[in-house]
Design a protein. Sequence first.
Length: 281
Amino acid sequence: MITPSASTLGAPGTPLPVVLRWLKDVQFPGIELRLAPGEAADPNLDRQAREALRKAIEAAGIKVTSIASYVQVAAAGKDETVIRELIQALDFGRDLGAHMVRVFPGAETAPAPFNTAPALLEPADVVDERAARRLTSVSAYGDVVGVMPVLETHDSHPTGADIARILARVQGTVGVVWDLLHPWRVGEALEDTWKSLRPWFSTGRGTVQVKDAALPESTPELLGGGNLPLNDFAELLINEKYQGTVTLEWEKAWYPQVPQLDLALKSTRTWLDLHWRGEEK
């Protein structure tokens, strides 16, 4: 069984009740909250405001599937700063009833074309160990609050193989987010991404993000309007018996010219129905 969800990244400035109505209209039971100032999930919300936010979402029959933080676990700098940010994000996840908090790698890289994996400015071993050390440091706390950091295929580490190198070093509970776009745009085959990340998916510690674009352009397209391998992606997840969240990441916050989230949700519903009709929860 899969759980359809969508990120509030796709609805910047849209009142939360409107987003919740759009989700219900297409029978999406989940929402991923973007943790950013000025958004519904503003990191500066106090505990009372967070409780009110959680109740409003639950009253609509929706569940928070994940918190999308912008913590960069492989970035240069002091461990203490990054660990503090991780703890704050995990606390937010606890307060909103989410069991996962998305984090980025975020190591420094040299400029690279969109279809090429960037070169790290530090040795990979140094970068990977730093990220793993920080994730290990918060693992026990995450277990206590019931929230797991999940590292996304993104920026300095766009492939499944990149992410697996870090996660294999972590001592404790950690997971992965497979963003369909990034491994594919730099040439990693779907089967290879899955193979690299299988240890975490097979133990319920993985989640996937779906989107479409007309590569080599990065502008979001309604699902089916671009050239990402959406049907092959779905077939792989089905064949591998993936059970978890499938989150639409509609990047309207970065591309304000694209259609509203409600249209993107409808295209996603069409794709889901093609492959998973009757297999959702």
